[in-house]
Design a binder for this molecule. Structure first.
Ligand SMILES: [Zn+2]
Length: 707
């Protein structure tokens, strides 16, 4: 953050309105954005902080089907839940908008039209997966399969949520429709494509050198390594044209005459949601939105989790550049994922702490949650939340260090001076609070306070929030040191004048903590300002010590001390872990019930089309770089076939030799990892997901037919 920008536009990822938000979301995108924005505001910067619900896309229509209500009802329901969770956790958005709003439909539709008229898009007929039962093309989340990059078995058609790779449906191994569970067929459809293949070169230069047309726009050294790494791994193979429309009936309609039944791809319309949110904010506040997106004096920041990195560093910048009027982001500080109690957070498996649940249980502990999520933020790699760590951080850092210092100062001020700031002899020396025997004076103490605040700010500017927070706690420790080394409770009998200097220095530190804790712990900061009888709005980050000196003058009356943080007992932790296990059990029970669903009825003719035979596995080997696949040679009596089977998790190659199995022999051949697979071996799957062979009762001739 070297350049001095005139204004800042900060966006936080638009959450999908298909479910509640959880601690992983908050730690990944929202707390970092909020800390950054609060810090900018404390510096007196002109900032707009926008967010909103992402209410389009297949994730919404699939959830609607699951809950048996309309997509509109789904987005209305979750928009409210998410919005109040954000309010509860003190996200200081200037606007929380919705992509289902008219303003957003107009904005994204006009954006598409402008690019269309400029001839940016390619219109192309292509073959796409289609579900014949539901008579629907299977875009994005309507299709699931094994990720070709990491072998995760529930990757979506547009993205693998395990490794973050962006995918297209045809890359998935063993694709199935999420509507019917059936293997889809291929059908022709027409769509508009963004020719990203033309963008590879300038994106490489822009991302790695910060340059566009030889003009330096940002400092790549300030970008996070995990973000640069993901960009480059995408760019190194060259980009492919990307379809930006979909065959769906929910979303922003494609504004063209020949586009019946087609909507904008949600990843085209969602980031434009940042622009429409800014427009709505400007309308509400009688401002002009355009400088916030078009003026070169504006710095644009996108805060996101790792699953959104490529969309914000590659696709959205390509759309912004193609339009021509917009600035590119200054930085995209994407975070990695947060895990929980040793496992991945999973809503469907009930392994999750939803924000609205937490708020309902612990309405007075919002800063505590913000604190622990920041201290554990997945800044450079995946991190881990545990309730035990929650307890030890709150008890050790917030209660024993921060809260204890503030409480000692406020109680002593009340005891010695009835809470009234004393007048001091500015020439008296006190211990500097860092080392035994080192004395300092009051002026130097104020300078130290400003230095400590600045150190916190430096870390925030580098998006190192864990470091910033530990510097805040160090600042409070320093306050404790000042009391410990100076021992006012001993000196009060013999040297009242020096004690006045010590106590004023200590109150100044409390005021410094009030300023520096605002980005992280907004409610605590508010309480501190109230106890100190100061107005937070009078303070700026860079001049905090100076303003403290002007405000905390002799005769200033402080308010009553308040307890800032309560100790977390073991019982609290036990209850939370118990709750988590209960939720996971409930989810598992529901999951096994729903598996009993039987597929749609078929006719005898459908069945008789399938040719099942008995065969013996005569050769088996692991497919390189695929955790799940074995390459098998099966002797069918009349011929030998190569079949690739996803059973490597359950069987070693040597275990399956000479097994007699049932094979579907007239299944169309498919290439898996470059190997042509000519048939399918039948397996039984138990409720734990383990696979067993379906074999004839006794040895039978290879090639025997099964009916
Ligand atoms: Zn993957």
């Amino acid at each position: 953050m070297k350049r001095n920008f005139k204004r800042y536009t900060v966006t936080a990822a638009l959450p999908y309105a298909n479910g509640p938000i959880h601690i992983g979301h908050i730690a990944g995108a929202y707390i970092p954005a909020d800390i950054f924005v609060r810090y900018l505001r404390l510096q007196g910067k002109d900032v707009v902080f926008v967010c909103g619900s992402d209410e389009h896309g297949a994730a919404i229509t699939i959830q609607a089907k699951k809950e048996g209500i309309s997509p509109k009802e789904i987005v209305d329901k979750y928009h409210q839940i998410i919005k109040s969770a954000f309010d509860g956790i003190d996200m200081s958005f200037d606007i929380y908008h919705r992509t289902s709003s008219d303003l957003h439909h107009e904005t994204s539709s006009a954006y598409f039209k402008k690019l269309y008229d400029k001839g940016v898009f390619i219109e192309k007929e292509s073959e796409q997966y289609y579900d014949e039962t539901f008579k629907q093309f299977l875009a994005d989340r309507y299709i699931k399969g094994t990720c070709p990059k990491c072998d995760y078995d529930s990757a979506y058609g547009d993205q693998c949520e395990n490794c973050g790779s962006t995918l297209s449906p045809t890359e998935l191994i063993n694709p199935v429709s999420t509507l019917s569970g059936a293997t889809p067929v291929i059908k022709k459809t027409t769509h508009w494509y963004l020719p990203l293949n033309n963008d590879t070169e300038w994106l490489l230069d822009w991302i790695n050198n910060g340059k566009l047309n030889n003009e330096k726009l940002h400092e790549p050294a300030e970008w996070k390594k995990n973000v640069l790494g993901q960009c480059n791994s995408w760019l190194k193979d060259g980009l492919q044209p990307r379809a930006i429309t979909r065959d769906l009936d929910w979303g922003v309609k494609v504004p063209l005459a020949n586009a019946e039944g087609k909507v904008l791809y949600v990843w085209l319309d969602a980031p434009i949601g940042y622009i429409s949110a800014t427009k709505q904010w400007a309308l509400d506040n009688n401002k002009d939105w355009e400088p916030y997106w078009k003026d070169e004096d504006t710095a644009l920041y996108h805060f996101i989790g790792k699953d959104n990195i490529v969309f914000h560093t590659i696709i959205f910048p390509s759309l912004l550049k193609a339009h021509g009027d917009f600035i590119l982001p200054q930085n995209v500080p994407g975070n990695e994922f947060m895990n929980m109690e040793g496992k991945k957070i999973s809503t469907s498996r009930g392994w999750v702490i939803n924000i609205h649940d937490y708020l309902e249980q612990h309405p007075t502990k919002t800063d505590e949650l913000r604190y622990v999520l920041t201290a554990n933020m997945p800044e450079t790699k995946d991190s881990e939340f545990t309730w035990k760590d929650f307890q030890s951080r709150i008890n050790g850092e917030l209660v024993a260090t921060f809260g204890n210092f503030v409480n000692r100062v406020m109680v002593l001020m009340k005891k010695y001076y009835s809470g009234e700031v004393p007048s001091i002899n500015i020439n008296l020396k006190i211990n500097n609070g860092e080392t035994e025997g080192n004395s300092t004076d009051f002026k130097a103490e104020l300078k130290t306070i400003q230095d400590k605040i600045n150190r916190v700010g430096e870390s925030i500017e580098k998006f190192r929030y864990r470091e910033a927070l530990s510097r805040l706690i160090e600042f409070a420790s320093y306050g404790n040191g000042l009391l410990q080394f100076n021992e006012p409770w001993k000196k009060i009998k013999e040297d009242e004048e020096t004690v006045k200097v010590i106590m004023l220095a200590a109150v100044n530190i409390v005021a410094g903590l009030a300023v520096a804790s605002q980005p992280f712990l907004p409610k605590t900061a508010e309480k501190l300002f109230k106890m100190l009888s100061l107005n937070s709005e009078d303070f700026t980050w860079g001049n905090a010590a100076e303003i403290i000196q002007q405000k905390l003058i002799a005769g200033h009356q402080l308010n009553e001390p308040e307890i800032l943080f309560e100790k977390i007992e073991d019982e609290f932790v036990e209850k939370e872990i118990e709750k988590l296990n209960q939720m996971a059990q409930n989810a598992a029970a529901m999951g096994s019930e729903s598996k009993v669903e039987i597929k749609d009825e078929i006719q005898y003719d459908d069945f008789s089309k399938m040719d099942f035979r008995i065969g013996t596995i005569i050769e088996a080997e692991k497919v390189p770089k695929a955790d799940k696949l074995l390459k098998l040679t099966v002797d069918l009596g009349f011929e030998k076939r190569t079949i690739v089977s996803g059973i490597a998790k359950f069987f070693k190659a040597e275990d399956v030799l000479n097994k007699q199995v049932m094979v579907l022999v007239n299944l169309a051949p498919r290439k898996l990892r470059g190997i042509m697979s000519e048939g399918m071996i039948l397996m039984a799957e138990n409720k734990d997901g383990e696979l067993k062979f379906v074999s004839p009762e006794g040895l039978t001739d290879n090639g025997s037919s099964v009916s």
